[in-house]
Design a protein around this ligand. Structure first.
Ligand code: ME8
Length: 463
């Protein structure tokens, strides 16, 4: 039997605008995890994609005077191009406008109806189009504005189909408490349990006034609520890998993933994901970066200026994955100068120069792995994994300063060879450890250690 692939997902991003640093953050993290497992010869299914239906997208297309499908094609392409520029190697890219996804969503809805989990009723309440979410008055800030987008919510009254979400609260609570469904970090688990304790309301899962969506097969005047459509993308993408091993999301969409999604799966009789990890937000001047607020940072522009590995390093090193952090280009420049150029770049340069100068030939070996860093990676503690690798980098630099190979070359050629061999092996370990995080740098280090020479430093001075 073939091994079940390790199944990793990111959210599928709204195509109301081009990708930004926030969406890049999640997708880079998923890419690092995928590369880590592939490097261990574990088959991986890494799925990402774009969320293309609903009023928010229809409004964005209308604002540009474009037909929806032309608009979503163009923005979805931009996402693919950005992920290519960020060196992200996904296996499947799901678009919710794909025929195969539309069919799957309709089939799953038929099943929910057969299982008597849907009923028709009247929804009367509030809705934030930017979140594509039903809101309660308590969810809003003063003036009836959405807390995240600071935009006025709509009052809606419609005859729609409801999903019997309320009936799943007890089972979900049990599954989370016993660890069948792991939600990390701990505070996100507690947040979810808090919601469950309050009890759940049934969820309106169709819209009668939104035309840009997947029609309900038995009531074609209705389209399927965009979040139910979107969540099912993970199921459309499943291949032979069900259930997902890790679903990485931002903390803003925890409720959808930790409550609605597992409830839909329970309703459908499908296994639940093993782990949902909700990371923090990048803020700009203390506020969430969002396309709606137009305070976004373009990851491709940053890559062009500083290199793709610099961006990947900065995003995952700067603060723990579950926490929030404020973005600034100055902090990125500091990391570049101190960690990449000074610590790592200099180390590689020093070791290779000495090997050449003292004509010490070192055969390629099997580098010991940095097991601690690997463990941190598997726990999505990316900053800690990088700190571990940088301990090795600094350790190697200290070894050079302590042993002074330039003195040994005069006094003890045997020890010189031993020291250089140790440094060479340390660089091999560092290069292998960096592979998931800084793939370009890792392959350049590998080529240099194998005897390739390059005039271009790994991290050139910033212009
Ligand atoms: O919510 N900091 O799509 P979306 C960190 N289509 N991460 C951020 C971020 C920020 N400032 N801003 C966005 C949707 N993200 C739905 C998802 S899934 C079935 C449907 C990341 O385009 C983070 O992962 O608004 C967040 O959860 C996601 O982008 C939201 O992307």
């Amino acid at each position: 039997m073939t091994k079940k692939p390790f199944f990793i997902t990111t959210p599928i991003y709204y195509v109301n605008d081009a990708p930004h640093l926030g969406s890049a953050y999640t997708t880079i993290a998923a890419d690092v995890l995928s590369r880590h497992y592939r490097g261990q010869n574990t088959p991986v299914l890494f799925v990402t994609g774009t969320d293309e239906h609903g009023k928010k997208i229809a409004d964005s297309a209308a604002a540009k005077n474009q037909k929806e499908h032309i608009f979503v094609d163009a923005v979805s392409k931009q996402f693919k191009a950005t992920w290519a520029a960020l060196n992200i190697h996904y296996d499947t890219f799901i678009r919710t406008t794909d025929e195969v996804h539309i069919k799957n969503v309709q089939n799953q809805f038929e099943l929910l109806k057969e299982k008597d989990l849907l009923y028709k009723g009247t929804y009367e309440g509030l809705y934030c189009v930017s979140c594509e979410e039903y809101k309660q008055p308590d969810d809003l800030m003063e003036g009836g504005l959405c807390l995240i987008h600071r935009r006025k919510v709509e009052e809606i009254k419609e005859n729609v189909w409801f999903f019997k979400l309320s009936g799943f609260a007890t089972t979900l609570k049990k599954l989370i408490e016993e660890g069948t469904l792991v939600i990390e970090p701990e505070r996100r688990r507690n947040e979810t349990l808090g919601w469950l304790k309050e009890g759940l309301r049934d969820l309106a899962v169709s819209r009668s006034k939104v035309k840009w969506g997947i029609p309900l097969p038995w009531d074609k005047a209705q389209t399927i609520y965009v979040w139910a459509d979107a969540l099912l993308n993970y199921h459309t993408a499943r291949a032979q890998a069900w259930p997902p091993d890790v679903q990485i999301i931002g903390k803003d969409i925890l409720r959808f993933h930790a409550i609605i999604w597992p409830a839909l799966l329970l309703g459908l009789g499908l296994n639940l994901p093993k782990k949902i990890f909700a990371h923090g937000f990048f803020t700009v001047a203390g506020h969430k970066m969002t396309k709606t607020l137009k305070n976004v940072v373009d990851p491709v522009a940053l890559c062009k200026k500083y290199g793709v590995d610099t961006l990947r390093y900065f995003l995952l090193r700067e603060f723990p994955f579950g926490d929030d952090g404020d973005f600034s280009e100055e902090k990125l420049q500091q990391r570049y100068k101190n960690d990449l150029q000074h610590d790592l770049g200099n180390l590689v340069q020093r070791v290779l120069t000495m090997e050449e100068k003292y004509t010490v030939k070192i055969e390629p070996g099997i580098a010991p792995r940095c097991a601690q860093a690997e463990l941190h990676t598997e726990r999505l503690e990316f900053d800690k994994a990088l700190i571990e690798i940088w301990n090795l980098v600094r350790g190697a630099n200290e070894l050079i300063d302590r042993e002074k190979p330039w003195v040994l070359s005069q006094t003890d050629p045997h020890k010189l060879a031993t020291v250089l061999k140790t440094l060479h092996r340390m660089l091999e370990t560092i290069g292998a450890g960096l592979e998931p995080y800084l793939p370009e740098t890792a392959s350049r280090i590998k080529a240099l250690l194998a005897g390739g020479r390059s005039a271009e430093p790994l991290f050139p001075p910033l212009k």
